[in-house]
Ligand binder design. Structure first.
Ligand code: GDP
Ligand code: MG
Length: 167
């Protein structure tokens, strides 16, 4: 299995930390799938079952108004050409109106979205977290919602597994 995974999230949610902990040793891409040069490759996670090529998607990870407008001027289908799975990374407990707009676009793209709720090591109140999951699940058709800590490496193997299953 091998394919492109868009890692999307606002600045500071932990994308770099996650990538640093997910990256496999092999840096060569074995995929014969068409390249998507519009994307920046963040890294390649090589596991026993395959390779997930994590890419940055322009205009979707920036909270700036201008970037949002740029993004909204583009169809989600065009932006996500060649991508098979979306990992949407958010900071636990912080869900902003901006996220809703992006999710609506992502739903239109018809790609599976994994919501990874990061920094759960900081979250002491489990009830609040569970309520957050329930609410998120009601509003959007996520393929999976998974709590992780990129910093403490909590649940990262489970996230890898979910991604591979969808490739
Ligand atoms: P990016 O802007 O999305 O690439 O975010 P970074 O990976 O640079 O992380 C932003 C800040 O959040 C840094 O100070 C990280 O150490 C911190 N951070 C990232 N992941 C976690 C996590 O799982 N738990 C906690 N407590 N902090 C985290
Ligand atoms: Mg970063």
């Amino acid at each position: 299995k091998c394919g492109y995974v868009a890692l999307i999230g606002r600045p500071n949610v932990g994308k770099s930390t996650l990538m640093n902990h997910l990256l496999g040793q092999k840096i060569s891409i074995t995929s014969r799938k068409p390249q998507t040069t519009r994307h920046r490759i963040l890294g390649i996670n090589t596991t026993e079952t395959g390779q997930a090529i994590y890419v940055d998607t322009p205009g979707m990870h920036d909270n700036e108004k201008r970037a949002l407008n740029r993004y909204l001027n583009r169809t989600a289908e065009t932006t996500l050409v060649g991508v098979e799975v979306i990992v949407w990374l958010i900071d636990g407990l912080s869900w902003q109106p901006y996220d809703d707009l992006i999710f609506k676009k992502l739903e239109q793209a018809g790609l599976p979205v994994i919501l990874a709720v990061n920094k759960v090591d900081k979250i002491k109140d489990r009830e609040t977290l569970l309520a957050f999951f329930a609410e998120a699940q009601q509003r959007f058709a996520f393929e999976h919602i998974i709590p992780i800590s990129a910093l403490k490496k909590t649940n990262l193997q489970q996230l890898e597994k979910l991604v591979m299953e969808l490739l």
